[in-house]
Design a protein around this ligand. Structure first.
Ligand code: FMN
Length: 185
């Protein structure tokens, strides 16, 4: 089983990335092949809505770093999108990726390919209660469902305003490990 982690936090000492590392290394111990890519510094343009993809078998016209991410998504069994919560929503970096997946929208071949793949989210945030951003996360994970992916769970870890705060929270590290086990089942 191949698991692709997509970390969209811009922080050096990112809480989301740390939580993803715990989850994916647990999945690795359970036998999965795992990789985490960090997208913040990559060259990824916003979707230009030119509908080139609709005339070209789901291929996007923009030749940037998203092309390698498309290949990795197509080649993975499980996708874990990691995002900090910004104003009760996903990061702009995460939205950039999701909008570029529009190239796959309404494409039967990709619908079929993705029907065997599952998508999970991991989020970290500051003080806001999880209910405040749950609707946004549901909307965004449902974008993957529209494309044909199976819907996995969302792990949200609060109280992580400061960079690296997650690493001091034994209970949250345990939750991330449990989440990692889920990824392979
Ligand atoms: C622009 C911005 C907006 C934020 N909005 C929220 C928010 O609405 N609710 C919340 O609980 N935390 C909010 N936070 C705090 C982050 O979600 C928190 O620091 C998170 O753990 C960052 O993840 P990272 O360390 O992986 O980058 C915000 C932080 C920033 C920079």
């Amino acid at each position: 089983m191949k698991i692709l982690g997509i970390n969209t936090s811009p922080r050096q000492d990112s809480n989301v990335k740390a939580a993803m590392e715990v989850a994916l290394s647990t999945a690795q111990e359970e036998g999965a092949d795992t990789i985490i890519i960090s997208t913040n510094k990559l060259d990824i343009s916003p979707c230009q809505a030119d509908n080139y993809c609709k005339e070209h078998d789901g291929h996007c016209a923009i030749q940037d770093n998203m092309q390698a991410i498309y290949k990795k998504i197509e080649d993975s069994d499980v996708i874990v999108l990691g995002t900090p919560i910004y104003f009760s929503d996903i990061s702009a970096q995460a939205k950039l990726i999701i909008d570029r997946l529009y190239s796959y929208f309404m494409n039967e071949d990709y619908q079929k390919l993705f029907s065997n793949k599952k998508v999970y989210f991991i989020t970290t945030n500051g003080v806001a209660p999880a209910e405040s951003f749950k609707p946004s996360l549901e909307t965004q994970i449902n974008a993957f469902v529209l494309l044909g992916f199976q819907k996995g769970d969302i792990l949200s870890l609060g109280g992580n305003n400061e960079p690296g705060a997650f690493k001091d929270k034994d209970d949250q590290i345990e939750k991330a490990k449990e989440f990692g086990k889920k990824l392979v089942n």
